[in-house]
Design a protein around this ligand. Structure first.
Ligand SMILES: Cc1cc2nc3c(=O)[nH]c(=O)nc-3n(C[C@H](O)[C@H](O)[C@H](O)COP(=O)(O)O)c2cc1C
Length: 404
């Protein structure tokens, strides 16, 4: 029987010292040149000291012209690499591994950031936050090739600067998820139509990266179990993409689900959301998987590993509230973490800014960890709202992600 503190060695000979993974959290701690700040580096030092085996960074953008939100880190060939090296160094202390998550937002880039977003097809965002996004234009065939090259360049930079691996972000409604989804992708060339075509951009990014980084550098994929919309990326499609990536030699598959129009990945207190799907996946592939979303008790985490329901437990918000959760669990000091619903006190206002609060509270707490302060659990949303206003100005009140 496997325990949560047992190491696991990936195909590419990288050993993760235990089964805890910090899932990606957009830290919004980039400076105005989209480079890591000292605070971002301290935050990863704190997580590395806290005993997690693998840290996956918040989404790093591969194209300076396509950013998802304020404070993103952007990989650009002209960048000064020293700060990236320091970030990787902090994330690899204490025998920890750090993977850089690579992303392109596609049309999920708010109008406060991108005047003319791009997408597989000119299909506008839907849902109550759609007013915050300009309608996208369809990418040309040449632009798709350029985006693939940007993912590959970014992975090469991650390798050069000392990151232990990369994760391709194909979940949560961003560009690669848009390609996978028949709702968003209505192309008639070889990047649209059949599932094989819709997944082509993902397989080409994977192959492109693998050719450049060699066989000793792990590549992970974050993918939705489903988009949870009738005309979106289905569970059946997701399973086929995972099987294909398994055959192609991917090192790790992280399972999440939903998007910001239908945020199934961020419930509170419902247990691990995607564990049933993960069980199906595990029966059909050899690649280790990470299940992320909803773990909040020691029991839940330990039994998911013991029962072989997943190879790794992905934790995002719990590792903000308890940055040294693995260490505490080891010493018997952790039983569960409570994630609060935050409220402004007005139901009407909560409805308008609820998705912003859910992100900004955790961003506020990550900055506190970076500054060596204690996290502050609360149910009062005003501190998080003021934090966003202070750091981003009035544009903070414009949604940066979609919502139904
Ligand atoms: C503030 C915040 C930022 C996030 N940023 C990212 C991101 O950059 N990339 C990503 O794949 N998921 C991101 N997520 C989603 C988490 O990785 C995770 O899938 C989700 O929070 C569910 O896991 P949990 O229940 O352990 O928090 C973010 C979540 C939060 C709360």
């Amino acid at each position: 029987m496997t325990t949560i503190f047992e190491p696991l060695t990936l195909k590419t000979n990288t050993t993760i010292k235990n089964r805890f993974v910090k899932a990606a959290l957009s830290e919004t701690l980039g400076n105005k040149n989209y480079q890591p700040t000292e605070q971002l580096i301290s935050l990863y030092q704190a997580w590395a000291n806290g005993g997690t085996g693998l840290l996956i960074t918040g989404n790093v953008m591969v194209d300076p012209n396509a950013r998802g939100e304020f404070g993103n880190i952007v990989i650009d060939r002209n960048q000064n690499f020293e700060l990236l090296k320091k970030w990787a160094q902090a994330g690899t202390t204490n025998d920890t591994k750090i993977f850089m998550q690579l992303n392109h937002p596609g049309k999920q880039s708010p109008k406060t950031i991108t005047k003319q977003p791009v997408a597989p097809s000119a299909v506008p965002m839907t849902g109550s936050n759609s007013f915050a996004f300009n309608s996208p234009r369809a990418l040309t065939h040449t632009e798709i090739q350029q985006i693939i090259a940007k993912f590959v360049d970014a992975a090469v930079i991650a390798q050069k600067t000392g990151f232990s691996g990369v994760e391709i972000h194909a979940a949560h409604g961003y560009l690669l998820n848009q390609f996978l989804s028949p709702h968003d992708n209505q192309r008639t060339d070889e990047y649209g139509g059949s599932l094989e075509n819709r997944m082509r951009i993902v397989t080409e990014i994977y192959q492109g990266i693998r050719e450049k980084v060699g066989n000793d550098f792990p590549i992970a994929l974050k993918i939705n179990s489903s988009d949870f919309r009738p005309d979106g990326f289905s569970e059946e499609d997701s399973l086929k993409v995972i099987q294909k990536m398994d055959q192609m030699g991917i090192d790790l598959i992280e399972i999440s689900g939903g998007n910001y129009e239908n945020p199934k990945m961020q419930g509170i207190g419902k247990g691990a959301f995607f564990i049933d799907y993960a069980k199906k996946v595990k029966q059909t592939i050899k690649t280790p998987i990470i299940v992320t979303g909803g773990f909040n008790t020691a029991n839940g985490m330990e039994s998911a590993i013991k029962n072989d329901e997943t190879d790794f437990v992905g934790l995002a918000r719990p590792l903000v509230m308890v940055p040294d959760l693995p260490k505490q669990l080891k010493w018997g000091n952790f039983t569960s973490v409570k994630l609060n619903h935050l409220t402004t006190g007005s139901k009407k206002l909560d409805k308008k800014v609820g998705s912003l609060i859910g992100l900004s509270f955790y961003q506020q707490q990550m900055l506190r960890i970076a500054e060596d302060k204690k996290v502050q659990p609360t149910t009062n949303a005003w501190g998080a709202l003021l934090f966003s206003l202070k750091h981003q100005g009035i544009s903070a009140l414009m949604p940066q992600r979609s919502k139904e």
